[in-house]
Design a protein around this ligand. Structure first.
Ligand code: ADP
Ligand code: MG
Length: 679
């Protein structure tokens, strides 16, 4: 049988069904997976001195045994072996607990290496392991293992694979021209040096190339997906430019330069016969809705329909109303379809929709039911796209006749991640707020400053303003959330009443009830709205100028930013108060960052730095994939280069016929197959 890197790891000697399963659980299926199962770190036996070691660090010291081991027994079954170890000019004390046999293994004057936890102040190490063999490589690979499989087993299997598949591993992955341009190692060298580096410098260099390989393969995959997407049958949306221009003059405001730019990008894309897959990114309040409205109007002037899907009922209702207002003077017909649309009304809507009598259908995921059929759908808009799963997004693309898709997000993915998260989409960015917006003043107060904040709110209410009060988020329990909100509501009704009215909104209310409360608040029938986070997205009450968030450290930065975006939408100077007593440095920094910037992109970047890319927004939601070696945030430049090279590569005809990159092509085939099965 001819060997291939796509062979199952079950082919290796010593791997039976059970071990194979254990490997699978570590995402190791093929030989290619195994040889790129890189060590997370190396125990460097050569370099460290006690004086260079931090307190509490796990470390390996190599030295000479300076005193004969002393064995002490105490208590029942407790044994301690102690000896002194000289490392160059420093001497430390080493103790092993409950490993009495250690004493037999070491002799005074012997050169050994000891791995353990070092206590800097006491110059003492609690040993975990001794390494006697001086012949061993200084750089000892450490693999992430599991309960089912030991790290030494992984090490042996990697070793075996490196030998058995040596000539295949030596085959190049990245074209030589690219390798030379960026001074990368050959693929064979990378693999070998990742697992068995001779020294730290080589390990570092191998890691650099391994990151690039990983990014390059990732970007190649995105480019291929993009290519498949483009080949997907799309239809040109031949909009009427004059009608659009005319419509724009009827808007109640002048578009910002950024809005004009993205409208052009979107319309240009829609006119092309290929399928559009575009992301519209813009901070809260940047005015994405009107951009979407113009794109939808474009489709309508081309004789097609449009749809807008929002993540919540409140948002869908609001969008339907906003669009209704935009199009009030036109004959565009906007309808709303959600889970609470009554059966008779629903039937009528479906009938009119398929007949082409409805131009824009706004709704929640109730839109993607099999019986919702369009007459001629040209454009599908998804608001807050990260709130929908991959499946729902894919489904929306399948309704109608593969409509152009415009996804919107107000969760600014920092530029450093956008290239990774949205690599297969084209991105339009609104990087400007409408003129005349006053910067929201943000203040962080500790709980003992709460009363003062309430006094301040009173003085704002006296001037005719309205205020939101967001109650703490309790992740585990919606019941507690609601109880909390009710308690705060009672308290504030006392504080602000009877002069001002207080309202309550929470997740346990029926949709109709919520809608009612929002409508009343918008109509200023009450002045203070106490709420759980249900008001988080999209809600628009321009007269509200205070956003008070209790226990603010329970929220993520992005969420705080979204909440803050509920104010500052009108003429009034707006205020955001964050009440919290964070217990950690991380918590304190987050509060401080909030007071320092109102730029969502800056916040998202900061969030990323504080949390690390692994955690941003929850991986699944943001769509940011995990990498084995590379860090897409810190190695952004490398990711950018990998993208550019991948774009160039797939643009060349027959690039996949080049025998030099057979391994790459094989790998891509495999991953593309996995991608297709993804949904
Ligand atoms: P978001 O991007 O957060 O969805 P919206 O589309 O809800 O923002 O817009 C926020 C508010 O700004 C709305 O009241 C909208 O009418 C208004 N708006 C949008 N564009 C402009 C503009 N160019 N000039 C003035 N106001 C605008
Ligand atoms: Mg919006």
């Amino acid at each position: 049988m001819t060997k291939s890197l796509m062979d199952s790891v079950g082919q290796l000697t010593g791997v039976g069904p059970k071990r194979e399963q254990a490997l699978n659980h570590l995402d190791i299926y093929t030989i290619a997976d195994l040889v790129t199962y890189y060590p997370t770190r190396y125990d460097d036996l050569a370099e460290k001195l006690p004086s260079q070691t931090a307190d509490g660090e796990k470390v390996t010291f190599k030295g000479v045994v300076a005193s004969a081991p002393v064995v002490r027994r105490f208590g029942y079954k407790k044994v301690m072996v102690t000896f002194r170890l000289s490392i160059e000019h420093e001497t430390i004390q080493v103790s092993f607990f409950n490993q009495p046999w250690i004493a037999q293994k070491i002799d005074i004057q012997n050169e050994i290496a000891v791995y353990g936890t070092y206590e800097q102040k006491k110059q003492r190490m609690t040993g975990m392991k001794i390494i006697l063999n001086e012949e061993e490589n200084d750089m000892q690979a450490v693999y992430p293992a599991s309960k089912e499989i030991r790290q030494s087993t992984i090490k042996e299997l990697v070793f075996q694979a490196l030998h058995t598949y040596a000539n295949l591993i030596d085959q190049e992955l990245i074209p030589e021209s690219i390798r030379r341009r960026y001074q990368l190692m050959s693929h064979g060298e990378v693999i070998k040096n990742m697992h068995q580096p001779t020294d730290a410098v080589t390990a570092q260099a191998a890691r650099r190339t391994a990151s690039f390989e990983e990014f390059f393969i990732f970007q190649m995959r995105l480019q291929l997906i993009k290519q498949m997407d483009r080949q997907n049958q799309g239809r040109p949306v031949n909009f009427d430019n004059d009608e659009l221009k005319q419509f724009i003059t009827t808007l109640p405001f002048e578009l910002t330069e950024a809005q004009k730019r993205v409208v052009n990008e979107i319309l240009r894309d829609m006119r092309r016969p290929q399928h559009m897959n575009r992301l519209l990114q813009g901070d809260v309040g940047s005015g994405k809705t009107v951009v979407a409205a113009l794109a939808m109007y474009g489709a309508i002037t081309a004789g097609m329909q449009a749809t807008l899907m929002a993540p919540t009922e409140i948002l869908a209702q609001q969008h339907a109303r906003t669009l209704g207002n935009f199009f009030a003077e036109t004959d565009v017909r906007v309808e709303l379809l959600t889970g609470s649309t009554k059966a008779a009304a629903r039937r009528q809507i479906l009938e009119d929709l398929v007949a082409g009598d409805i131009d824009i259908l706004v709704g929640t995921h109730a839109l993607i039911q099999p019986d919702v059929l369009f007459h001629n759908l040209g454009l599908a808009v998804i608001d807050e796209q990260h709130r929908f799963g991959v499946k729902q997004r894919a489904k929306l693309r399948e309704i109608g006749m593969n409509p152009d898709v415009l996804a919107m997000t107000a969760t600014p993915i920092p530029r450093t991640l956008a290239i990774t998260a949205y690599g297969e989409m084209d991105v339009s960015i609104i990087d400007q707020l409408p003129a005349g917006r006053k910067v929201i003043k943000t203040e962080w107060v500790r709980h003992n400053g709460y009363e003062k904040v309430l006094d301040f709110i009173k003085s704002e209410l006296a001037q005719g303003a309205q205020a939101y009060v967001v109650t703490p988020l309790i992740e585990e329990s919606e019941t507690l959330d609601v109880q909390n909100a009710e308690a705060v509501y009672q308290e504030l009704a006392d504080v602000f009443g009877p002069t001002y009215q207080v309202g309550l909104l929470h997740g346990r209310m029926a949709n109709q009830e919520k809608e009612q409360v929002m409508a009343e608040f918008k109509a200023n029938q009450f002045q203070v709205l106490v709420s759980t986070t249900v008001i988080e997205v999209g809600v628009d009450v321009p007269n509200a100028s205070v956003m008070l968030i209790l226990d603010a450290d329970r929220f993520g930065l992005s969420q705080l930013h979204q909440l803050r975006g509920r104010v500052g939408r009108g003429e009034r100077q707006s205020y955001n108060f964050l009440v919290s007593d964070p217990k950690t440095q991380y918590g304190i920094e987050r509060m401080e960052v909030m007071t320092q910037t109102t730029d969502g992109f800056v916040l998202a970047q900061k969030d990323l730095e504080l949390r690390g890319s692994g955690d941003i927004l929850g991986k699944r939601q943001s769509g940011v994939p995990e990498f084995k070696v590379g860090d897409p945030v810190h190695d952004l430049k490398m990711m950018t280069i990998a993208q550019e090279e991948a774009i160039d590569m797939v643009a060349k005809p027959d690039w996949d016929q080049d025998p030099e990159i057979k391994t790459l092509v094989e790998l891509l085939d495999e991953t593309m197959a996995r991608y297709r099965n993804f949904d």
